[in-house]
Design a protein around this ligand. Structure first.
Ligand code: BG6
Length: 455
């Protein structure tokens, strides 16, 4: 049996804690997966009624473990109160920073010295965005390393807890039929999209200072890219998996000013400035699209189109790997143009993987034009289960101390290095109507090379 532990959620009555963390912990506890959980502490300024409802009523047994500590991250007496609680506990301490990224530094500066007084094993989970640019991410890493060793730090990216994202890894490295064609010789280009129909949902205080580049591109999107394109690790151990992601991120081409101008589209939905809490002279983007390249032997010359944004026509989180066209002589023989093969990893609206093949329809002449046929696998339908929420998956890994799906310090800095040229450039901010499938300039970005988005 693994060691006993208590978990402390700083920001423990906020949205993330109520909607994701507490329900995930409760499910893990009631299903018997974490019998070694001693106590759950929610730390926040006030004990909101919604917190009580969630923490105490999810499950009676789990409810008995839930406690509240009044806590203001900027107030020293709160830390003294916390210290008293820690003194009464045994086992491992897991701290989860479920607070605004603007408070990370202040909290670590005060929490770090307190934890140093204890010999209990500890882990610190930190949400994204980790810093606001390359420089602040380096500073945050330095600060963390004053009080924690790297192995105690869990930088979380919930996209890595999604079933389909994890299955990219299995598809590539547990099957022989794909890895051989997973390169520039067979793949024409790749599209990675995380499109949302919702807007900023009352989060202006956070979003207006952050924008789509820092909220989604720097983390979720680049992590999906890494999983899709990394080399196989020598062995399935957390450090070797992370080493390969780091190697890949180093090979992503750093854009110069000219490239940023021609390969990046920033846009904002109509009506954004009227959202409550948004500054009237805001230049924050709610959409970003970018064309990236990976300068290594496997991917040289293959474009990767990444797009993410809010208030679009639908929720779609998907990676589409588009294979090259078949040779032309074959097309002239058939007098038609077969579509390019595709492998699609979708995590929203469904968790499914598909392969699009060109197959001959059942009737007609031998040389009939093939039809695009989707062969797909829907995880929930097939296993007839509710897929665990991404946070459930990652919390379990965290508790077991498996760091494979958490972001290493050098890795997070490399991701900032890739987006820093975009942050440095004052790009035009296009306006798009709410509900469009993609902003027009993003279409042009891909159409200029004769390609189209599959969204
Ligand atoms: C979060 C972003 O990390 O991911 C949100 O801060 C975004 O702005 C969300 O809406 C999307 O996650 P999911 O799992 O709903 O696709």
């Amino acid at each position: 049996m693994s060691k006993r532990f208590s978990i402390f959620i700083i920001g423990g009555t906020g949205d993330l804690a109520r909607k994701k963390l507490l329900p995930a912990l409760s499910r893990l506890y009631t299903s018997g997966e974490i019998p070694n959980l001693d106590k759950v502490y929610s730390l926040a300024r006030s004990e909101a009624q919604e917190w009580k409802e969630v923490a105490c009523t999810l499950d009676a047994d789990f409810g008995k473990l839930c406690n509240f500590i009044p806590f203001d991250v900027k107030d020293n007496s709160s830390y003294a109160r916390l210290e008293e609680v820690l003194n009464s506990l045994e086992g491992e301490f897991i701290f989860y920073l479920s607070i605004s990224p603007f408070l990370f530094e202040d909290t670590i500066r005060r929490l770090g010295p307190i934890l140093r007084k204890f010999t209990n094993p500890r882990k610190l989970v930190i949400e994204k965005p980790f810093g606001f640019d390359l420089q602040s991410a380096r500073k945050l890493n330095d600060l963390l390393h004053r009080y924690f060793i790297e192995d105690e730090i869990y930088r979380i990216d919930h996209f890595l807890g999604k079933e389909t994202v994890q299955n990219i890894f299995s598809l590539r490295f547990s099957n022989t039929i794909f890895e051989g064609i997973w390169n520039k010789n067979f793949i024409d280009h790749v599209q990675i999209v995380a499109l949302e129909d919702v807007g900023i949902e009352g989060r202006a205080g956070y979003y207006d200072k952050i924008g789509a580049v820092r909220d989604m591109l720097q983390n979720h999107m680049l992590q999906m890219l890494s999983f899709l394109t990394m080399e196989p690790p020598c062995c399935m151990a957390p450090e070797f998996i992370r080493d390969e992601k780091v190697k890949l991120l180093r090979s992503v081409r750093r854009m110069d000013k000219t490239e940023v101008k021609s390969k990046v589209v920033k846009a904002r939905y109509e009506g954004y400035l009227q959202e409550e809490g948004v500054s009237k002279d805001s230049r924050t983007e709610t959409f970003v699209a970018v064309e990236l390249y990976i300068d290594n032997p496997r991917w040289q010359g293959v474009p990767f189109y990444l797009a993410t944004g809010k208030k679009l026509s639908k929720k779609l989180t998907q990676i589409t790997v588009v294979f090259k066209e078949i040779p032309r002589m074959f097309m002239s023989l058939l007098d038609c143009k077969p579509k390019q093969n595709k492998v699609v990893f979708q995590s929203a609206p469904k968790s499914k993987m598909s392969v699009f093949l060109e197959l001959r329809p059942p009737a007609g002449r031998f040389l009939a034009c093939p039809m695009e046929t989707e062969i797909s696998f829907d995880f929930e339908e097939y296993y007839k289960i509710r897929l665990p929420d991404a946070y459930e998956v990652l919390l379990l890994d965290l508790i077991h101390g498996d760091r494979s799906l958490f972001i290493r310090g050098d890795e997070v800095e490399l991701m900032w290095e890739i987006v820093q040229p975009i942050l440095d450039e004052d790009l035009p901010l296009h306006i798009y109507p709410q509900g469009v499938s993609l902003p027009e300039p993003a279409r042009k970005l891909i159409e200029s090379s004769g390609r189209n988005w599959y969204v």
